[in-house]
Write a protein that binds this ligand. Sequence first.
Ligand SMILES: Nc1nc2c(ncn2[C@@H]2O[C@H](COP(=O)(O)OP(=O)(O)O)[C@@H](O)[C@H]2O)c(=O)[nH]1
Ligand SMILES: [Mg+2]
Length: 200
Amino acid sequence: MKIVSAEFITSVAALPKYKEAAERYDCPEVCVVGRSNVGKSTFINCVTGRKKLAKASVTPGRTRLINLFDLNKGSLVLADLPGYGYAAAPKSERAKWAELIEGYLTSSVKLKRVLALVDIRHEPTALDKQMLKYLFVCGLPFTVVATKCDKLSKSQIGKAVQTVATSLSVGRDNIIVFSGVSGEGKAQVEELFENIAQSE
Ligand SMILES: Nc1nc2c(ncn2[C@@H]2O[C@H](COP(=O)(O)OP(=O)(O)O)[C@@H](O)[C@H]2O)c(=O)[nH]1
Ligand SMILES: [Mg+2]
């Protein structure tokens, strides 16, 4: 699915507000999770072709909200979730984010796929592994997006993908190698969105 239109719907800071917002649309939903600074906003901007749709920031941990975007006028909703693992955040705040993310993941009836972003350059973090385990336990379909691949050479990418696959116990075919800079992997994401949008 080529994304020909992408529009910001709303930002919500709490689950009841999310549910209220979700009642107003009737299409499958895909969400983006990952630690703060992994490249979630950049991913959304690249995939939608709109450079400033999701705010990509140099200061990590700024997104404390679920941001909802409409793709192709009611074909698909994309949810940008708050990043986890921002160490500088106060513990109470981190707990609040975890509650929001977990609440969303377990109660969104429209959610059809979770895109779990990891940095291809690094071994997935303990929190990445925890997230993947959580998705698995909840029975939520997910695809791993290994991002920032423009930072590695071709041969390094092959090795790095294997590391990610092993570390997260997922098959290589469930990993999309992606770069928000070069656009690598964008076609695969479009194909995925197409399948999800048509599954309704
Ligand atoms: N080279 C490169 N940098 C990226 C990529 N994706 C994100 N970044 C950079 O990583 C930082 C965090 O990105 P952002 O999208 O704000 O991450 P978020 O916190 O997960 O939303 C920014 O400085 C981005 O420019 C990528 O694919 N390649
Ligand atoms: Mg962001």
